[in-house]
Design a protein around this ligand. Structure first.
Ligand code: ADP
Length: 171
């Protein structure tokens, strides 16, 4: 167990060659927009097939926020997709612990699988409305504090603003 090396990449997470790609899924596990849509589009139907089976066997009420579960990566250049459900941002309630839990749970699943390189998107910072700077702070802090057998965590940031927010946290 060590602390993983953190790398930042600007780009599309579905283009990464890593052991595991983390998906900012929704609790239905049946796909959605943003990263989720991109992963299912490029990864092909095998991912959705496994998601459906997981739903039937374990997550009839949906995957709870902050938890993570793995499937095949289908046609992606990875061995697994780890699906995690970020919290919707709220002004009235502090849900930071749930966002931190997404990163921690995903790394725990990665450890169980034996994944050494893991790519994360900026979870919850899209449709779920989390402010980018705070989302970056929680992501970097949580990974820095993690005890894991993962060697490399690669944050894959879709645009310049997201990249800058993460870079600021590493400075
Ligand atoms: P959430 O519902 O958790 O907010 P989204 O998919 O809407 O998830 O957005 C999460 C973040 O991922 C946003 O910052 C968005 O810009 C970014 N994003 C969208 N598509 C991709 C992609 N293909 N690769 C990497 N990041 C992406």
């Amino acid at each position: 167990m060590t602390t993983p090396t953190i790398k930042l990449v600007r780009g599309d997470i579905t283009r990464q060659s890593v052991d595991a790609i983390v998906n900012a899924a929704n609790s239905s596990l049946l796909g959605g927009g943003g990263v989720d849509g991109a992963i299912h589009r490029r990864g092909g139907p095998a991912i959705l097939d496994e998601c459906r089976k997981l739903r039937a066997s374990h997550y009839g009420k949906g995957l709870p926020t902050g938890e993570a579960v793995a499937t095949t990566a289908g046609d992606l250049d990875a061995r697994w997709v780890i699906h995690t459900v970020g919290p919707v941002h709220s002004e009235s309630e502090d849900r930071s612990h749930l966002l931190a839990s997404c990163y921690r749970s995903s790394l725990r699943v990665a450890d169980e699988l034996g994944a050494r390189t893991v790519a994360f998107p900026a979870i919850s910072t899209g449709v779920y409305g989390w402010p980018m700077d705070d989302g970056a702070r929680i992501a970097v802090q949580t990974v820095r504090d993690a005890h894991t057998t993962v060697d490399e965590v690669r944050f894959v940031l879709f645009d310049e603003r997201a990249y800058e927010a993460f870079a600021e946290q590493l400075r």
